[in-house]
Design a protein around this ligand. Sequence first.
Ligand code: ADP
Ligand code: MG
Length: 236
Amino acid sequence: LANTKEELVENNETKDYKVSYTTARQFKDLPISAKSIQALEWGKFNKMTDIQRAAIPHALCGRDVLGAAKTGSGKTLAFIVPMLELLWRNNWTENDGVGAIILAPTRELAIQIFEVLRIAGKTHSFSAGLIIGGKDVAGEKKKIGTMNILIATPGRLLQHMDETDGFQCSNLQMLILDEADRILDMGFSKSLNAIISNLPKARQTLLFSATQTKSIKDLARLSLKDPEYISVYDKD
Ligand code: ADP
Ligand code: MG
């Protein structure tokens, strides 16, 4: 696996985005835990998709990533695998609180991500919760601080940050923004900025989007540190 940019192969440049694929073609060729490999195999995920091959090695090295690839290209595992590895490497336990937050534009998308996490995280023992609104705010309030991974819509997460006593994310290791273009399209820009201002700066951030727009780049400038711009948009 490529641990430095020099080791990455098959470079091709598109505008300011670039793609460098690791020589690893399968999840099992990545330097990830046996637990993760086992769960991915169980889920019948063997060969990586292009966005996974391009993004996961950088994310495993601790870099911020802006990943653009069309719908259906496998972006979910491109962030779930590095997220699980980061918590695993840090020996994350129930006592460590919220280690990772995944933000999605809609409840439906958050639920889909949760389903992928159930498969890819099957062999790990992290707790994960959906924070997506609905009736059970009280139930969410009780559990939110005890979860290791939160999959949330921006409005509801911000509501908890404002209202839920004792809920804090000072231990957060990774923030993931999925479908960031749709998060912005849906008018969550202000909520997003408020959430980000409540999070520790020393974190890793992965931002995924189906499109490459100016507003995504502006968001990247605000939320990412020296990111790898990865696009497999032009490649099918
Ligand atoms: P995106 O978020 O880019 O729209 P998804 O993460 O939802 O894409 O993945 C699209 C589909 O591809 C899902 O059905 C998922 O199970 C499948 N998929 C993702 N990665 C792989 C893989 N490495 N091997 C086989 N199927 C995959
Ligand atoms: Mg997706």
